[in-house]
Ligand binder design. Structure first.
Ligand code: ATP
Ligand code: MG
Length: 338
């Protein structure tokens, strides 16, 4: 067609369980909104690829590297020895160093708060996830928490860049440097250094325990939060809970060379797979995050608006939100609301 020259190629991993159903929903909505994206679909293989030591093939990883952008459904790692988990393979091979999770209240879907609008940015490569644990003597074990200047600067830089390019005003570094003086201390030093370069963005430091209390008392106090790996794991789930749970929460992984791999936060939900019951909202909102990364903001706004409208109307809600609609009913309604 004539629009061919403007088409952007992106990798799509439909994934396992409910993955293919919710990925179908994204494809349908993108078609209806005439998003200029051509998907390269890749499935998890049913045998280990020796080049990646994983059920993800080398070709799949190459596809993301080549396109620089992708969308991933939930993946269930097959049980057994001698291979790496799918998520670990993606994180290592694509250098996915930051996990970005926007959390905002969905109008019309009632939770305790109606004014949440924050973004958590989690360092994704080190900290307590070094995998370095050993027994010192019987009854005493040791775990190494690794914090490096390089990884801390990289995630801080991304957080401030994100704040500036997304019209955000403030970045809060979340830490426990009063106890973890060296590790979290270095993380904060790096955040401060980067903050100097962004005088237009307010910078603050919040101790994690106090942060938790503030989040449950008044989440509207926060804007962008950046933190080491384990704190990010916990705080980002806490924030997902503030807005109604994992069926609604998008995320995007940022990797080396500007790679962006968006994904829903939830798992493969085998209990409802293949039944046309899954809520595609989390993956749809993840695809919106991907469109924003590609600077396709008009398409992103349109799709985002249609999702919010569909949920706010309340007539076509999926079962997890207390409704009766199927995945396809909900998707059709989103398309009608575009
Ligand atoms: P996995 O092992 O892949 O993480 P799981 O069994 O932990 O799978 P999750 O996907 O984490 O299951 O989901 C937990 C619960 O939330 C399940 O009952 C599931 O049905 C529900 N759930 C998760 N995602 C969705 C969704 N998009 N729509 C509706 N329900 C969902
Ligand atoms: Mg799970």
């Amino acid at each position: 067609s004539t629009s061919q020259t403007n088409t952007i190629r992106a990798t799509l991993f439909p994934g396992d369980g409910i993955g293919p159903e919710i990925a179908e929903s994204v494809k349908q909505v993108f078609n209806a909104a005439e998003v200029p994206i051509e998907w390269e679909e890749h499935y998890v293989s049913n045998s280990v690829d020796p080049r990646t030591n994983s059920f993800l093939t080398w070709e799949s990883l190459e596809s993301v590297r080549r396109n620089g952008v992708g969308l991933k459904g939930p993946m269930a790692t097959p049980i057994g020895k001698g291979h790496r988990s799918l998520n670990l393979t993606l994180r290592k091979e694509l250098g996915l160093y930051a996990n970005v999770r926007p959390c905002f209240s969905l109008p019309g879907y009632k939770t305790r708060y109606d004014d949440v609008d924050l973004v958590t940015i989690r360092e994704n490569t080190e900290g307590e996830y070094s995998g370095l644990e050993h027994q010192v003597v019987r009854g005493v074990v040791e775990s190494l928490k690794i914090i490096t200047r390089q990884a801390s600067l990289r995630v801080a830089e991304y957080a401030f860049h994100y704040a500036r390019t997304n019209g955000r005003k403030r970045v809060s570094a979340i830490h426990k440097a009063n106890i973890m003086r060296k590790t979290d201390g270095l993380f904060l030093t790096c955040c401060r250094e980067v903050a100097e370069k962004y005088p237009d963005i307010t910078y603050e430091e919040v101790i994690i325990d106090n942060c938790c209390m503030m989040l449950v008392k008044n989440p509207a106090l926060f804007d962008v939060l950046v933190m080491p790996n384990l704190y990010g794991d916990i705080i980002s789930d806490l924030c997902a809970g503030l807005i109604g749970g994992l069926g609604l929460t998008p995320s995007c992984n940022i990797g080396e060379a500007g790679i962006a791999l968006a994904e829903a936060v939830h798992g493969s939900a085998p209990d409802i797979a293949g039944k046309n019951l899954a809520n595609p909202t989390a993956l749809l909102l993840s695809s919106v995050a991907m469109l924003r990364h590609l600077k396709l903001d008009d398409k992103a706004d349109r799709i985002h608006g249609a999702i919010l409208k569909t949920i706010a109307e309340g007539k076509h809600r999926t079962v997890d939100l207390g409704g009766k609609s199927s995945t396809t009913d909900f998707t059709n309604e989103v398309c009608d609301n575009l």
